[in-house]
Design a protein around this ligand. Sequence first.
Ligand SMILES: [Zn+2]
Length: 1143
Amino acid sequence: MRRNVAFFGAAMFCVGCFSLYLMLESSTTSPRVMNDQDGEVDKIEWKIQEIEQELKKNHETIIRIKEMLSDLSKGDNINVDKLKNLVDQFEKSQNNKKKFIQPQENKPVLLNQTQFSKTGITLSPDTCELAEKPNPVGPNIEMLQTFATLPFSNPDGGVWKQGWDITYSPSRWTTDRPLKVFVIPHSHNDPGWIKTFDRYFQDQTRHILDNMVQKLEQHSKMTFIYAEMSFFSTWWSQQNDATKEKVKRFLNEGRLELPTAGWVMTDEANSHYSAMLDQLIEGNNWLFENVGVRPDSAWSIDPFGQSSTMAYLLKKTGFKNMLIQRVHYTIKKYLAEKSNLEFMWRQNWDLSGKTDMFCHMMPFYSYDVPHTCGPDPKICCQYDFKRLPGGKIACPWRIAPVPITDGNVAQKAETLLDQYRKKASLYKSDVVLIPLGDDFRYDKPDEWDNQYNNYQKLFDYMNAKSDWHVEAKFGTLRDYFEALANREKVKRGERPDNYPILGGDFFTYADRDDHYWSGYFTSRPFYKRMDRIVEAHLRAAEIAYSLARIADTKKSIFDSDKNMAEMLTFSRRSLALFQHHDAITGTEKDFVVVDYAMKLLKSLENTKKIIQKSTEYLMSDGNDVFTLDETRQSQDSIPEKQIIKLSSANERYVVFYNSLASNRSVIVSIWVNSPYAIVKNEFGQIIQSQCNPVWTNNEQYSTDQFKLLFVVTVGGLGMVRYSIEKAGRGENQLHSLAKIYFHSSGNNYQKIFDYQSDRSDVTLENREISIKISRNTGTLQEIKNKLDDITSQVKVEFIYYGTRGTKEKSGAYLFLPDGLAKQLSSPSVFVRSTKGPLSSEVNSFMKNVEHKIRVENAGDMKNLGVEIENIVDIRSEQNYELGMRIVTDIQNEDNEYFTDLNGFQMQKRRYFSKIPLQGNFYPMATMAYMEDKNKRFTVLTGQSLGCASLHTGWLEIMQDRRMKQDDNRGLGQGVLDNKRTPHRFRFLLEKRISSGTNAQSTGFASLTASKLSDDLIHSIFVLPAKSSINSPQIKHFVTTLNQPLNCELHAVNLRSDLKNRNNYALILHRTAPNCGFKSRGLFCTPGGGKINLGKLFSASYHLSEVKTTSLNLLWDDKPIEFNKLPVEIAPMELEVFKLTFSS
Ligand SMILES: [Zn+2]
């Protein structure tokens, strides 16, 4: 006995020495962060954090040794061997750990799971500047302020119902300054809506494009524009060389233009900026590689509301001008009154004007022919020569077009010119843009001939009338913008002197009366959630594939495996397709949803395979190492977890892949077949674990399936191996079984987990926060942030809206509620809680919702967040819209709150009582917050949904909607294909430490909120190894980065050029956090936008060249000297670096 004690005394001495050594050692190789004073402070703070975590970790080991010693002293000798193992393990792990730290300069040590850094991170002044300084070059038309001043009265404007009776003086146009008219034939092709993509292609699109070739050849003055590359590439692949040459010739001649050339015309409300960009990259690159052109005019005529994020993406892609159409009629009229429909669209956060994008807004109701030639649809319709008598479609105004003849051309030309002139007088330049087309137009040769011949006669006549001072012809979008620039004596895309600068976005769209298109922010939420999941998988697959492909210098498995490139391409294109404005929006036919979803499901499977293969390559020498952690039975089912069968004889290995470029600590939940287990980290150290039941109903749990929870700590873009083995009851002192509490009714007679009835309200807490949950309603009541010592009422309620009784009712697009929301009342809510050291949660079962509230103890910033999950199922309801309302005591002035635009930026919103309730809803792609002088409450979402703040301190997030009827926007059906849908949210309560002016119409998330959002969207990937895999076959960990990215930077993607194996595009986004909040629990170091690309990747990656390039990867700059100096990204900006690695 004495000898044993002496042995352990020595061991503990060793432990002490080791940790001291490690501290000193890591101090000398400490990260060089920044040279300025702040940087020094940060460095010291970081060192303190490091030391703190090392001490605590060692403390844990010592506690365990003490426990075992105590057992030994009681005569329990079973622990002798274990104790020996533990000491051996510890030594080994510290040696390993040293290896992990030592060779890599600038590499911060990962924080241990149980630590939480209370020291906030200090960000650099230029990072904080955007949120703190008033904008010196703010726009002169700001949309939120405009909303505040307009009456939204909707008076009848006559023939132009939403405008006014336009008058003009013909003397406005002269010989020197004639009216220039560009009539632009176009065909809007939805890649799925009433028909599937394939059906549309077969029935219409291929004929349209076939005819295009024939008719542009035949009619030498005819022009055409066409936008959607998903269709165009399909058609192109079926053409012979002669046809392809003709198309290239038309493009060269400037008679054919492929504006935007995205894979689709992306939705701008629900889509995330990374997916919007992906679809643009996919379309633009396909076009450049196959046809050799790069678009520089953008055309967005159908998305249901327009986002300033799109303007930014286009600008940074190299576009010179853009056109938008679906904007609230009141805004159109307001801008038209002062000829401000053309403007420089500036990002609200831009302090220099460098984001300005020349934008043309169409003035009238629609992009069809009746609403594009001028203000009077009854007249314009007569100039749609597809509607000549005898055709399939007629004019609803009951005056049919007639063919233009020598006899009628004088009168017809004069009438049309009057419309052109009226339209022109809404703009400044006396160059007028007249789109001539509609959905799936020009599919018959006759239509081409009729439009061409009749219009050409009208043009010839007009142009010959010298006293009319008009030059009319067919043209493209580029022709129009070029002529405008010439007329205004600027270069295309530049701002002419008297043109306004506009800031803000164009949500929420109304096309007439109180018909606000806010329903689609939430329609088909199951697929909005699936979109985000596929997006995260695709991004993770891109990055893992790139990392493995770069590393694969010898074996070339990534070259020979064409299958992988094909799988990646398929997934890129499927997700790109889903960004279409009738896909992610949920505004397509039921069977079209299924068609998209099958593609998304296939993409999910593909990307999982790519992640597996790439991880296999990086982490092992073997093939076929991994199995799936979860599977989906079908496109509309919730994933099911795979059970890992544990044994005490063999360890099972699970690899975790972190696709974010920052270090993370994450609580994972692995489903296993034993309630008792031992979990070891990559150093072989036993770590804390928790077992939760898998419930089979409210009161009963499975006796052969269990959730094993533990904290995984993994470096940025890194992979790490943990092992799990079965343990006996009580064998592992770091393993806890959760305790169950029934708060309403409920009982359990099973033996595994302790349970008790507890008829009081529930408190869940970790060291950082504490929350209260009502046992009656089963919902959150209050959040306390213990670190900041602030408490806020955060009452969650579920509410619902019906549909109004008038003829016009809610549908897939429109939200037309029957009044204020009603409280969802459930006669009795079943409330149960499960508590443990790592994670504690409350599950509440109410009508239509299963509601989960969870507090975690991951040791990082996630300790500050409250996890919310709602599984909603409203299939038993009709004309019913379910929402989650959060009632707080935040005193947000003027009912101001903030919602994000595409996960890229925050936009200030205000509740306006002059706008109907449905017009006060906005898209919430990733985040919303409200604040007062003292605190800010942020809600993060894992899927895009509609939200509103209808009252001071309230935030309402819609969950699902079920509509019996169509809403007369062409879909021709209701929305009745609801699914059981899981939604994820995070709540964050933060205290303001500095006031921050926030005078602008933009806002900025706190650093903690933005990191929590990244973490929510990009879960850790779980790759269980097959049971046959043993330890030597998998590495303990892989680090691919020399050092993680700075706190301010986010790796949007690392995208392989599939045509050139040495080329990769690194897309980075620099966030601009609001520095008025403490950023605690973060595993990153602040460094502003500086990044040293030469030192970013670990030594095994040989970077040979770096170029900056446009966002679509097509406009390269000269190579930069990446080894000498860090590059710097400005706050809020996205930048792309083309990386070439030498093999
Ligand atoms: Zn469309």
